[in-house]
Design a protein around this ligand. Structure first.
Ligand code: ADP
Ligand code: MG
Length: 593
């Protein structure tokens, strides 16, 4: 059934939602959207497993919006997300998808934001609330968030919430919302603990798992380039310039809008490029493909649907400018090259947060994708000079230059310039449109920016040892202070839970969270000495394992106790290895009526 959904208007969504999607430029529902939206519209619960970047937000947001009663100002939809960044991001997505629904309100609520502001916003009313578990719980307890009218509850990135130690809070919230609600749970992985939650709180859920596996063609050389969004265009043009066997390319992007924009940018840089998307008439699309065949065009920027089945043998390169949602799409895309027995090239741009998709594609296709080394500015310049030399020598060999020799002799006489100087001036004129040198913009070369290792794109790995020493110094010099929190071993708390709660609720970056010492019924934690009153206020109410932190400066005795210290805080504070599964960590609960 889902396989036949290729356009959003095949889904039974209200006209304003479809209009918003058309404006955003989404052309076709992603697999998770095609699979989930019909079920959610039909009122079923959903247990969805899909990696990040597969379009889960719209998968739950569109059907949720479809059911919103705009005249009802009590929250009808609640989305729980593990972090405040995600809460904001999801709220923004709702806003975009609802841009044609006048009067619609979505409210993100998360720790670290002023309570006063939040209370006022809640009072004003919102159709959809997106929040982190701790803050949502807080508002439910204060009765500032009334969920009596709730029809839909979404748990986004459930495994992440588990890892960060929020699952007890999530269950508490599940128990304090109307049982008649529809529930959708999304997770990139399905650890047992999440399955248990789903089993307990979801009603006969439809299970949707987006996986993919298909083979690729071995005559296609597959490479990837680690590159952040803003540098993609430069990287693309550089690749087009230096690839030896380049003839024609299909560049894949995610939206119709992006096809138009990128094709225009490439045209502006002198490439014979055009877009190909589902908005174009069949006739126009055919013309583009014809032009690609007859070499009027060299580059076509396309969406998945529009490019499906294109068979143009001269396509030497497929560029995955935006990473595809799933392996299947990847395989379809790269199958546009290496046709008719030729060899082909597939190049995949991977943004820093998309490494898991890269690995997923490699796993599913059972083929390693090799890193592409972007040539430096100098290498590009060398290549241009070599091509120029080649052109000059061809002209010297094959053209009759008599008339031009006279012209040059005239210049030589009049300007008292050497033939070398004149030739250099002509070379300068000849390369004006496509300079032989790469301009030094003063910015770092994208070849360097793109050279990051796939596993650690964003930040240089920090030396653990020097990090600890640095923190010792900060402590000694009074930049860090030791605080006491009322949660300890007996509450089954781990340092990762604590870091997670502090980072998330107070918005303190984990690198500013120092040593954590766990004791029986309390812990001490190093934090910046100059925490503001607001932040302390938030942290007093923040919880770990249901326990309010009640944070305050540690007494000198508490501060000097080192027993039970864990040394450095975890590098990645949010990776908590299933504390939920520890005996006693999982509280027995009443089954849902
Ligand atoms: P996930 O929640 O699975 O990580 P998101 O919902 O954040 O994924 O979507 C990832 C990106 O894909 C976003 O930039 C979003 O705008 C885009 N996107 C989602 N659905 C579509 C679609 N049907 N067509 C094109 N782009 C889409
Ligand atoms: Mg998401």
């Amino acid at each position: 059934m889902t396989a036949t959904i290729e356009r959003f208007d095949q889904l039974d969504l209200q006209a304003p939602i479809l209009a918003a999607l058309a404006e955003i430029g989404y052309e076709t529902p992603s697999p998770i959207q095609a699979a989930c939206i019909p079920h959610l519209l039909a009122g079923h619960d959903i247990l969805g497993e899909a990696q990040t970047g597969t379009g889960k937000t719209a998968a739950f947001a569109l059907p949720a919006l479809d059911q919103v009663d705009i005249h009802q100002r009590n929250p009808q939809v609640l989305v729980l997300t593990p972090t405040r960044e995600l809460a904001i991001q999801v709220a923004e997505a709702f806003q975009r998808y609802a841009s044609k629904m006048p009067g619609f309100h979505v409210l993100p609520i998360y720790g670290g934001q002023s309570m006063v502001v939040q209370l006022r916003q809640l009072q004003r009313g919102a159709h959809v609330v997106v929040g982190t578990p701790g803050r949502v719980m807080d508002h439910l307890e204060r009765k500032s968030l009334n969920l009596d009218g709730l029809t839909t509850l979404v748990l986004d990135e459930a495994d992440e919430m588990l890892r960060m130690g929020f699952i007890d809070d999530v269950e508490w919230i599940l128990e304090h919302t109307p049982t008649a609600r529809q529930t959708a749970l999304f997770s990139a992985t399905m650890p047992d603990a999440i399955r248990r939650v789903a089993h307990r709180y979801l009603r006969d859920p439809k299970e949707v798992k987006i996986k993919a596996a298909t083979a690729t063609v071995s005559t296609i050389r597959q490479r990837f380039l680690q590159i952040a969004g803003p540098h993609k265009l430069d990287a693309l043009t550089r690749i087009l310039e230096v690839e030896d066997d380049f003839d024609a390319a299909i560049v894949f992007v995610r939206t119709k809008t992006a096809t138009v924009e990128l094709a225009e940018k490439l045209e502006a840089r002198g490439y014979a490029a055009a877009c190909l998307n589902g908005d174009m008439t069949q006739q126009l699309r055919e013309r583009v493909i014809e032009q690609l065949k007859n070499e009027t065009l060299d580059i076509v920027v396309a969406t998945d649907v529009a490019a499906r089945g294109i068979d143009v043998p001269r396509v030497s390169h497929v560029i995955n400018y935006d990473i595809p949602y799933d392996t299947e799409a990847y395989v379809h895309r790269i199958g546009r090259t290496g046709r008719a027995g030729r060899s082909g090239n597939a190049i995949l741009f991977v943004a820093p947060r998309e490494n898991h998709l890269l690995r997923q594609i490699e796993r599913a296709t059972k083929q390693p994708i090799e890193p592409l080394k972007l040539p430096s500015r100098e290498a590009v310049a060398d290549k241009r000079v070599a091509a120029f030399r080649q052109q000059v020598s061809e002209v010297l060999e094959s053209e009759d230059l008599g008339f031009f020799l006279d012209v040059i002799a005239g210049i030589e006489e009049k300007h008292d310039a050497s033939v070398h100087e004149i030739a250099a001036a002509l070379a300068f004129l000849a390369q004006k449109d496509r300079p032989l040198q790469m301009p030094d913009t003063g910015k770092p070369d994208i070849a360097q920016l793109a050279a990051g290792k796939p596993d650690r794109p964003a930040r240089e790995p920090r030396d653990n040892r020097s990090e600890i020493l640095e923190r010792r110094r900060d402590y000694a010099e009074g930049r860090l202070a030791r605080y006491r929190i009322d949660v300890g071993r007996e509450h089954m708390a781990s340092p990762k839970d604590i870091v997670g709660a502090i980072a998330n609720e107070a918005g303190i970056e984990s690198r500013f969270i120092g040593q954590i010492n766990l004791f029986e019924d309390y812990s001490t934690v190093e934090l910046p000495a100059d925490l503001s009153g607001d932040v302390l206020q938030i942290l007093r109410r923040a919880r770990v394992r249901q326990q309010p932190l009640n944070i305050r400066l540690a007494s000198p005795e508490e501060a000097s106790r080192e027993r039970g210290g864990r040394g450095a805080p975890p590098k990645k504070p949010f990776r908590k290895e299933g504390g939920f599964d520890k005996p006693g960590g999982f509280k027995a609960r009443k089954p849902k009526p």
